[in-house]
Design a protein around this ligand. Structure first.
Ligand SMILES: Cc1cc2nc3c(=O)[nH]c(=O)nc-3n(C[C@H](O)[C@H](O)[C@H](O)COP(=O)(O)OP(=O)(O)OC[C@H]3O[C@@H](n4cnc5c(N)ncnc54)[C@H](O)[C@@H]3O)c2cc1C
Length: 277
C-alpha cells in the first residue's frame, strides 16, 4: 500500500505531459513523472517521497517504441529494460540491461527511469556513453536534442518538469565489438561491485564506462587512451588503472582495494575478448 493520496494522470503526448506538470506544479501539487513506477512506489512506501500528483508516461506512444529510422536506432525512454533484453536491438545494451535487478523488476523498470532515478548505479547509461548517443528532452520551452554526454555526467541534468523522451545512436554503433561484465559481491542479482561496458571503435580504440566504482557512473578519456595505447595488455591495464580516481567507493559490496583488483581482472578480460589476445 502507498500511504499517501495523489491524483493520477495519463497523458497521451509529451507536450500534454509537460503542460500538466507545469500546471500541477504551479498548483503546488508536487507532481512526479512515473514510468515503471518501481522507484516511486518503493520510495513512497518508505516515506521518502510524497508526490501529490503522478503523471504516468506509459500512454505516450513515442516513448514506448524502439525503432531504426534514418540511420539511427531510437530507444523510447518508457521502454522496459526486459524488452531491450528480449528484442536485443543492441547487443551491448541487452547484456547490460539483463543484469539490472531481477526479471520481474526488469519488466517494469524503464530506460528513462534507470537514467533519471535516484538509485545511483544507472547501469543502462553505460552503453549510451560509448556510442555517440543523443538524448531528446521535452520541457516548457519545447524539445531539445543534445549529445548524451552533454546531459549525462553520472547523473542526468534535467530542469524541473523536463521529460526524457528518447535516446538514439547511429545504427553502425550497434555492430561495434563490445564487452560487458558485472561483478557482484555474493548473488548474481545485486547492485554492482563493478560494472563495465566497453566497445572497440573502428579505429581499434577502446572506450570503457563504469558503474559501482564511484558514487555515480564514470568514464574517462585519459583511461581509454591509456588502455588503447601501444604495449602489452598487462602494461596497458596498469596504465589504465593509474587513471582511475584515487578514491573509489568503500561499502558493503567491497573495499576500494578489492574494487581495484576486480577492475584489473575485468580490463584484462576485456582486452582479451575484444582483441583476441
Ligand atoms: C528491485 C530493484 C533492483 C534494482 N537494481 C538495479 C541495478 O542492479 N542496477 C541499476 O542500475 N539500477 C537498479 N535499480 C534502480 C532502478 O533502475 C531505478 O530505481 C529506476 O528509477 C526504476 O525505473 P522506473 O521506470 O521504475 O522509474 P520510476 O519509479 O517510474 O521513476 C523513477 C524516477 O525517474 C523519473 N523518471 C522516470 N522516467 C522519466 C523520464 N522519461 N523523464 C524524466 N524523469 C523520469 C521519475 O520522475 C522518478 O523521479 C533497481 C531498482 C529496483 C526496484
Amino acid at each position: 500500500m502507498i500511504p499517501i493520496d495523489f491524483s493520477y494522470w495519463r497523458p497521451t503526448s509529451a507536450e500534454e505531459a509537460v503542460a500538466l506538470y507545469q500546471r500541477l506544479a504551479a498548483d503546488r501539487q508536487e507532481p512526479a513523472y512515473c514510468a515503471g513506477g518501481t522507484e516511486i512506489v518503493t520510495r513512497a512506501r518508505l516515506g521518502q517521497l510524497a508526490p501529490g500528483a503522478v503523471i504516468d508516461l506509459k500512454a505516450i506512444p513515442e516513448m514506448c517504441r524502439v525503432a531504426c529510422e534514418g540511420g539511427r536506432w531510437h530507444f523510447g525512454a518508457a521502454v522496459p529494460l526486459a524488452q531491450l533484453v528480449d528484442d536485443e536491438p543492441w547487443p551491448l545494451l541487452a547484456r547490460i540491461a539483463e543484469r539490472v535487478a531481477d526479471h520481474t523488476s526488469r519488466a517494469h523498470i524503464t530506460l528513462g527511469g534507470n537514467l533519471a532515478g535516484a538509485i545511483q548505479y544507472r547501469e543502462a547509461a553505460l552503453p549510451f556513453w560509448l556510442a555517440d548517443a543523443e538524448i531528446t528532452v521535452a520541457g516548457p520551452h519545447g524539445r531539445h536534442t543534445a549529445p548524451f554526454a552533454q546531459r549525462f555526467g553520472g547523473a542526468l541534468s534535467l530542469d524541473p518538469g523536463e521529460l526524457v523522451l528518447d535516446l538514439s545512436i547511429p545504427e553502425s554503433a550497434t555492430r561495434f565489438p563490445s564487452y560487458a561484465q558485472k561483478a557482484t559481491r555474493l548473488d548474481y542479482v545485486d547492485y554492482p561491485l563493478v560494472t563495465v561496458a566497453a566497445v572497440q571503435s573502428p579505429g581499434g580504440h577502446l572506450r570503457v564506462a563504469w558503474s559501482g566504482l564511484l558514487p555515480e557512473p564514470f568514464r574517462s578519456d585519459a583511461l581509454d587512451a591509456a588502455l588503447s595505447a601501444a604495449g602489452t595488455p598487462a602494461a596497458r591495464v596498469a596504465r589504465a588503472l593509474g587513471e582511475l580516481p584515487s578514491t573509489l567507493v568503500e561499502d558493503l559490496h567491497g573495499t576500494a582495494d578489492y574494487r581495484r583488483f576486480v577492475c584489473e581482472q575485468i580490463l584484462s578480460d576485456a582486452i582479451a575478448d575484444l582483441e583476441g589476445t
